[in-house]
Design a protein around this ligand. Structure first.
Ligand SMILES: Cc1cc2nc3c(=O)[nH]c(=O)nc-3n(C[C@H](O)[C@H](O)[C@H](O)COP(=O)(O)OP(=O)(O)OC[C@H]3O[C@@H](n4cnc5c(N)ncnc54)[C@H](O)[C@@H]3O)c2cc1C
Ligand code: SF4
Length: 571
């Protein structure tokens, strides 16, 4: 390590990363009175101040098309991407993996889909139920009070449904279905189809408030959540967690600070972190009594693996050799089709609350299936504001395409007649899927990078085949036409590449046994008692749910434990 400036002050807690996990930790610990410093690799951003909520796509000559640092569109709120200049990662031969990384205050919470699902009782105890993978060392009942707190603080819309493994929360009223979703929800074509297929269909659960909450205004249904919300009606870490943490006066925020490693004292306890100031290139250190990693699941593994000392030659908190292991991503595939009954729509405003208004949780019993676990279905379509690439592939519709008037008429005719289904399911950790330090590659700061190994098992492939069969049956029952042929086994049923669904979890999993896990049931490193992880790293299994609500509930639970232990001088 290069010569570094000595730290001037010792903080109570140093948090690395400011996304869902880091923001929640900063909120809870500053409110508990701790003196906290947060290090974030990216720059400052508050969606309410810096977002492009109301900029029409036509205001740009690029019509909102994506850029390299904004892969989800020119006006999307998140800086980052699949590739970041000067910050590579590598993929082992024979594997395919894509790693999406944010680099800004709030991380991916600036543009995430805000689908906010609680892991259910079964999701914590899967091994006990089907013998595969591992159980968590905690159960739903341990996290439930924190889910309630997250619901109350941040706000979420939804409906009480009483579904066992989709626990109800404390909900704001859900927005009404859009026209095509109405077809899903009520006496609709999709509803008929889903009834026939016996698929459960309920109002979506998203962290968008439909009533005023804690000084934030209710959603005004502009449909632009991914750009950042000027009225703070959706959840992003900077506006909803970090700003109130700053208001306590207990938070010091250091942006453009790329953490290299956790520093350890002679007694084996963490004493702080070292980081590169991205503006000057200088190597710096922060001293703290407690270190919390929340740099995103895989990045936290990277920091630990890079924290090598003679005492910890395989990286910090890694006596089990499991740092970087048991990593997963959500399985995914999509099917879209055209529904003749929705042609020549009366054009109307369907912007809504920025994402889907209806949701289909897992509805089947695995005993009759050739894969374990399950998936949920996200529905999309409708009349959102056109941008670059709008209506792309018009030739897929009957008589679609051509030139001039015919082309314009076809766009009008088919606008809003498309419906799509995305499956998002549970991957089971396997020994061939992990990350490690690539011994030959460093990033532009000289920090060794991660190398990924990835393998889907038949569990995931069979599940994705089932998604295709279901979505095709849905579109067929609606009298529609699917755009693409059924993919084959040789094509891996078009399963999304590992990492592509951007729900990566694990790498520092929790467990009761220090030989097989990195963290204990409080997300505290078995090996280093003043070191914690509060991103998706501690997850033992993936569930068929998007993970962020559970990341935040767990982060709050861990923060309460840290505050309690600090009071007792036990850290
Ligand atoms: C387009 C998109 C849609 C999504 N939709 C959903 C959804 O609907 N529902 C859902 O549950 N999840 C969704 N997700 C996933 C969700 O965003 C993540 O689960 C969540 O943000 C993870 O929180 P985190 O704190 O672990 O990481 P992040 O939010 O990524 O934050 C990590 C932060 O750490 C910083 N950092 C990284 N390395 C370092 C370092 N070395 N030093 C200092 N700082 C560092 C990063 O810059 C970043 O700001 C979506 C993600 C994307 C990209
Ligand atoms: S849809 Fe609602 S929550 Fe989303 S950006 Fe618009 S006002 Fe904000």
């Amino acid at each position: 390590m290069a010569q570094v400036a000595p730290p001037r002050k010792t903080y109570d807690v140093c948090i690395v990363g400011s996304g869902a996990g880091g923001g929640m930790t900063a909120y809870a610990l500053t409110k508990a009175g701790a003196n906290v410093i947060m290090l974030e690799a990216g720059g400052l951003f508050y969606g309410s101040r810096d977002g492009k909520m109301m900029v029409p796509n036509y205001a740009s000559p690029r019509r909102g098309a994506s850029t390299k640092t904004r892969p989800f569109g020119e006006f999307d709120a998140c800086d980052g991407g699949w590739e970041i200049e000067g910050e590579p990662y590598t993929v082992a031969s024979g594997s395919r993996f894509l790693w999406w990384r944010a680099r800004m205050l709030g991380g991916r919470t600036n543009h995430w889909g805000r689908i906010s699902l609680r892991f259910g009782p079964d999701d914590f105890k899967r091994k006990s139920l089907d013998g595969i993978g591992d159980d968590w060392p905690i159960g739903y009942e341990d996290v439930a009070p924190y889910f309630d707190r997250v619901d109350r603080l941040i706000g979420i819309h939804g409906s009480k449904e009483g579904i066992r493994n989709e626990p109800d929360g404390i909900f704001h009223p859900p927005p009404a279905p859009r026209c095509y979703e109405y077809l899903v929800k009520k006496a609709s074509l999709v509803k008929k189809a889903s009834d026939k297929l016996k698929i459960t269909c309920i109002p979506a659960r998203r962290s968008v408030i439909t009533q005023p909450l804690n000084g934030r205004a209710a959603c005004h249904y502009c449909g632009q959540c991914n750009r950042g919300c000027a009225t703070r009606s959706n959840f992003s870490s900077p506006d909803v967690l970090i700003a109130p943490a700053q208001a306590t006066g207990n938070l010091t925020l250091l942006t453009n600070a790329m953490v290299r490693e956790v520093i350890v004292g002679p007694d084996g306890r963490a004493t702080g972190v070292s980081y590169v100031d991205k503006r000057t290139g200088e190597e710096m250190q922060i001293r703290a009594k407690v270190v919390v990693l929340a740099a995103s699941a895989l990045e936290s593994s990277r920091i630990l693996l890079n924290s090598r000392t003679p005492k910890y030659p395989n990286g910090l908190a890694n006596s089990s050799g499991t740092v970087g292991k048991y990593i997963t991503d959500t399985t995914g595939t999509d099917v879209a089709g055209y529904i003749p009954a929705m042609e020549n729509h009366v054009t109307h405003n369907e912007d809504g609350a920025g994402g889907m208004h209806v949701y289909m949780p897992w509805w089947l019993n695995n005993k009759k299936l050739d894969f374990p676990r399950g998936y949920h279905i996200e529905v999309w379509g409708g009349l959102s504001a056109p941008g670059a690439g709008f209506g792309g592939g018009i030739q897929r519709y009957p008589s679609g395409g051509g030139y001039g008037k015919q082309l314009k008429d076809d766009y009008r005719r088919y606008y809003g007649a498309t419906i799509g289904f995305s499956g998002r399911g549970e991957m089971i950790p396997n020994d061939d899927t992990y990350c490690e330090i690539d011994p030959n590659v460093v990033d532009r700061f000289g920090i060794p990078v991660l190398r990924f190994h990835w393998k889907w098992q038949d569990y995931e492939l069979n599940q994705v085949r089932h998604m295709h069969q279901t979505f095709r049956a849905l579109i067929d029952t609606m009298g529609g036409q699917v755009f693409s042929p059924m993919p084959t086994k040789e094509q891996d049923y078009n399963i999304a590449t590992g990492g592509q669904i951007i729900h990566e979890l694990g790498g520092t999993r929790m467990g009761n046994d220090p030989k097989t896990s990195v963290l204990n049931a409080n997300c505290q490193a078995h090996d280093v008692k003043n070191l914690f992880v509060t991103d998706g790293g501690p997850f033992v299994s993936q569930a068929d749910k998007n993970p962020t609500w559970t990341i935040m509930a767990l982060a709050w639970r861990t923060s309460d434990y840290i505050a309690d232990q600090m009071k007792r001088n036990a850290l």
